[in-house]
Design a protein around this ligand. Structure first.
Ligand code: HEC
Ligand code: HEC
Ligand code: HEC
Ligand code: HEC
Ligand code: HEC
Ligand code: HEC
Ligand code: HEC
Length: 310
């Protein structure tokens, strides 16, 4: 009898904890991002739905920043652009009342990079996912204009007037910006609509979208005898960020780091070693001698061998 009693008590206790846990977890909801998103940019949007009067502050904690949001009784949706690092990012949202912690929710996002062995192969739980379909956009329509308002080939006089700007302004914030992106002509490249993916997809062969404008490069490179593999296979974006970057030519990293990124990897030839005749030394840039794109000279050399100073 006593035994059953304590079982009942434990049972009731467990039920009660679930009820409180459940209630607390329902205090707010992370509308975006969904868990285990695979990403390529270092910026991301976070959208939180918070109805409750049970707390007064939300805190977004990421590996690189902490953002405090003071709640406002008239609002139920809170949107923030955040920055990420390469690899795994844990995004924790915590709620507080009078500085006392109440509850938290966590989402995981992985930013992959083709230029580093460490971040090239994300754990399998991470999946590509897309935001721009009617179902997701419906959650924003009440307050945001989700339509495209760009006119083909006409740059915005005031870029803040682009409907895309409000949510994506961080994507062009770096020092070196690519012309179509900094003029907010996003659909010059994001022009593939698909039902199960995104309204703003991009052709599978990225170079096709680049050559749409860079026609002279295409002619020159097509006519060359040797073409660099990542270019030939359509992956301009492995080296260039199409939007903006801290490095000239919107390269994803400084030149030598870009080249090392792959040539240390077993999939490409090993880094030039002491035994190879490659003239690399620490004071030189790989592109002093090699072209990243295409050439008529072997080993992607810019000049004839005997003219290369060693
Ligand atoms: C020159 C072509 C080009 C233009 C112009 C362009 N993009 Fe992109 N965008 C790309 C490519 C290529 C990718 C695929 C990601 C990569 O580079 O690996 C991409 C990816 C993205 C992503 C997804 C990032 C991720 O990891 O899921 C977002 C968001 C995005 N672009 C927004 C924009 C916005 C907003 C604009 C307008 C300001 C824009 N893009 C203009 C080429 C372009
Ligand atoms: C209840 C109205 C409302 C809804 C619904 C809403 N937003 Fe917002 N959003 C705003 C307002 C107002 C701003 C600008 C003021 C601010 O920064 O809080 C904003 C700003 C943003 C920003 C810019 C934040 C920053 O850090 O600059 C992003 C990104 C954003 N919203 C995304 C979304 C997405 C995605 C959805 C749908 C899932 C959505 N919003 C739904 C009202 C809303
Ligand atoms: C209300 C906010 C909002 C507006 C307005 C908005 N986006 Fe997005 N967009 C998002 C969110 C959230 C994502 C998910 C990725 C992220 O957080 O960076 C996204 C992702 C994307 C992607 C990656 C593919 C996908 O579907 O996930 C592209 C490309 C993109 N947006 C282009 C655009 C363009 C072009 C416009 C203007 C016509 C636009 N966006 C307007 C919120 C917005
Ligand atoms: C809508 C047209 C358009 C598309 C599509 C486009 N670009 Fe550009 N790009 C430009 C313009 C305009 C410039 C600036 C003028 C110039 O220097 O050629 C530019 C400049 C560049 C530069 C710097 C050139 C320099 O000398 O400073 C690079 C690198 C570049 N683009 C790469 C790309 C890549 C990679 C893609 C595909 C992901 C791409 N572009 C797609 C229009 C485009
Ligand atoms: C292996 C890395 C890599 C790949 C892949 C790559 N680029 Fe480049 N790109 C560079 C570097 C590095 C520069 C800087 C110029 C230099 O030092 O020669 C550059 C410069 C440029 C320039 C300006 C200079 C010029 O030669 O006109 C354009 C335009 C350009 N790239 C477009 C593209 C396009 C389009 C593709 C895809 C078809 C592409 N790139 C693929 C690394 C790359
Ligand atoms: C995205 C990966 C990637 C990047 C970044 C990259 N390469 Fe390559 N590279 C390759 C692959 C793959 C090959 C073809 C396989 C091979 O011959 O090793 C290649 C071939 C080469 C070759 C020709 C080797 C030969 O035997 O003919 C040279 C030279 C070269 N790359 C130099 C560079 C330089 C310089 C850079 C930086 C501007 C660079 N690579 C950046 C992947 C890359
Ligand atoms: C001073 C000029 C010079 C510089 C700087 C240089 N290279 Fe080379 N590289 C050469 C020459 C010349 C060859 C051809 C050697 C031969 O004839 O075997 C070569 C060959 C190569 C090869 C193919 C053969 C091998 O050794 O694997 C690769 C890959 C390569 N270089 C990558 C790079 C990378 C990556 C950098 C920058 C870290 C770089 N090179 C910097 C001149 C240079």
């Amino acid at each position: 009898m006593k035994l059953t009693n304590s079982y009942t008590r434990i049972f009731i206790f467990i039920c009660m904890s679930f009820v409180t846990l459940f209630a607390q977890n329902n205090l707010f909801n992370i509308v975006y991002p969904q868990d285990n998103k695979l990403h390529t940019e270092l910026t991301l949007n976070v959208v939180i739905e918070a109805h409750s009067q049970n707390f007064d502050t939300l805190k977004i904690v990421t590996p690189i920043e902490q953002i405090n949001i003071d709640l406002n009784n008239d609002k139920s949706i809170y949107c923030k652009g955040i920055s990420l690092k390469l690899g795994e990012n844990r995004i924790t949202v915590r709620s507080y009342k009078n500085k006392k912690f109440i509850s938290e929710k966590i989402k995981h996002v992985y930013v992959s990079s083709q230029l580093s062995h460490q971040y090239k192969y994300p754990p399998i739980k991470y999946k590509n996912s897309y935001f721009h379909n009617d179902k997701n956009e419906a959650k924003c329509l009440r307050c945001h204009d989700m339509s495209v308002n760009e006119v083909k080939d006409v740059a915005f006089k005031d870029i803040t007037k682009s409907n895309c700007y409000k949510c994506h302004k961080n994507i062009t914030k770096e020092k070196y910006g690519h012309a179509p992106a900094v003029n907010w002509l996003c659909t010059e490249c994001h022009n593939i609509k698909s039902k199960d993916k995104s309204k703003y997809g991009i052709t599978e062969s990225i170079s096709k979208s680049c050559f749409h404008c860079h026609k002279e490069n295409k002619e020159l490179w097509d006519a060359s005898r040797y073409r660099h593999e990542p270019l030939d296979s359509g992956h301009c974006n492995k080296c260039h960020n199409s939007h903006s970057s801290p490095y000239e030519m919107f390269l994803r990293k400084p030149v030598n780091e870009i080249c090392m990124g792959c040539h240390k990897d077993k999939h490409a030839k090993a880094l030039p070693t002491k035994n190879s005749k490659c003239g690399f030394n620490d004071k030189k840039q790989c592109t002093d001698c090699h072209t990243p794109h295409a050439t008529n000279r072997p080993f992607l050399l810019k000049e004839v061998l005997n003219k290369v100073k060693k």
